[in-house]
Design a protein around this ligand. Sequence first.
Ligand SMILES: [Zn+2]
Length: 606
Amino acid sequence: MYCCRSEMDCRFTPRIDIIRMVLLAFLLAASLDNRATEAAEPKETSMDQAFRKLAAAYVDEFPALSPSNATTLGDHRFDRELDQVSESARKKQRDLCQRYLAELGRIHRKELSRDNQVDFQLLEHSLKGELWNLETLQEWAWNPISYTQLTGGAIYGLMAREFAPLEQRLVSVAYRLEQYPRLFTQIRETLDPSRVPPVHAETAIKQNRGVLSIIDNMVMPHLDKLSDADRTRMLRAIATTTEEVERHQKWLETTLLPAARGDARLGKKRYDEKLAFTLGTGLSRAEIRERAEFELQRVRAEMYSIARTLQPAANWPESPTAEQQQQAIAAALEKAYAEVPPRDGVVPAAQESLKITADFVRSRDLVTIPPDPLDIIVMPEFQRGVSVAYCDSPGPLEVGQKTFYAVAPLPTDWTDAQCASFLREYNLRSIHNLTVHEAMPGHFLQLAFANRSPNRLRALLSSGVFVEGWAVYTEQMMSEEGFLDRDPLMRLVTLKWYLRVIANALLDQAVHVDGIRREDAMRLMMHDTFQEEREAAGKWTRAQVTSAQLATYFVGYQEHRDLRNAAKTVWGDSFTLKRYHDGAISFGSPPVKFVKALLLNQPIPE
Ligand SMILES: [Zn+2]
């Protein structure tokens, strides 16, 4: 949740760390720019002015509802406050949504400029989705994981980025910690054990102490930066929080879990509704499944044909049985798993990979590379062990701030067997694929361009489907363009990662609508899509405690593919990849259907 951290299906979280002086200067410059670029648009109407005023009021007003989220977004007015989890807080949220929906009702969308028509719909969609969550889904009553993420995120968000001097951020941490007793009490009053699914209770039990490790790793090492008085205050707050976390742990284990009777499955109706709100896609559940099943067969067939050429001595037949196809692909993948960086060579391998991917993008003129800084950093120790690398991009409104491509050396206390198992998955070619997805030309490049937009509302409501879809698209695009001298093992590894994206999409609806059994889910992951057992077991849990999220990557990729095909049709001979890529990522990160309308000059869809 904290940053775009890939196990190749990283979860994009928009983060807006605003450095106010930079932003002010930027908005001033941008407003001048806009006058020039919008000259071609019809003159701004009074409706446009009314909408922009409303959008600005919303951006100003809504962060107060969740101080923790506001910090993550980069609005630091509420850094010393902590979220309220009470009925009166939820009433405030509902009232705000209804009030803004009523205001939107007074604006005639069709009289707005094209850009404002897009933003109008983003805001309306987001408000309706929030209301649906509060009133219909009611996750606040049955999802204890949302609260473990809140208690961890409220401290993590203050310490992860240097948006203010360290001492100031530490004092904010103390203010928040002092409110944890109140927060934990509210959480226990709000959760209804009879509605909590056991798997959610079990996951919360595993995560609850996470906030203590964040304090240990991100707060404790800096206590010497505080004055004596502040340090005493902080130590007292930490001691109280530790007691509260342990009290809550006991409640989770002895009160919540034994009484947890909820069903983790959303069911057809709620799943379809959530899909529409989360993905904002025109693709239905049935279409997603149909496409994913088709892709599964198509990709496996291509992997088999590569596997045949890699093992000429095995004489694999042109038309294999299911068993032959399985064996041939698995044997070919072993060749890729065998080529791994040395145990102490992961960081240099990632550095080299970044150079190779950037050189390829440049030499093939695939997309404009932004001048924004990208630093390779060694991953902080307590973040290690999940993925070999992740991209920590600056928030959507940050300008010229650094993106970190964090790479993990293997933990020094790992056994040789643990290292070998990890490096099988993160072999040399997987590291290339990861670099493409996270950095070049995936998240780093796309978000660097998105951050240039002065449109705060669009930045705040950016689409995770667009962002993840782009990153997955770039993996396949680079491969199709012949990355790494058309190395067949590179192609094979890229396809294997795509199989995981496909499996995620299938699994999501199979769990929540069709009630797939664990055994069948494990077969889909381990047999059909060649995943390791530990990874598959973790994914089985994740598929139950999240919904609509695991489909994001596949749906986004499909939409990006459809968009590129549409651009090819419309532009004909003047289509080039560079023109297309530069255009597709020039509007920020709204849902793909809006990018299609803006890029190809089509009517803004409803
Ligand atoms: Zn990603």
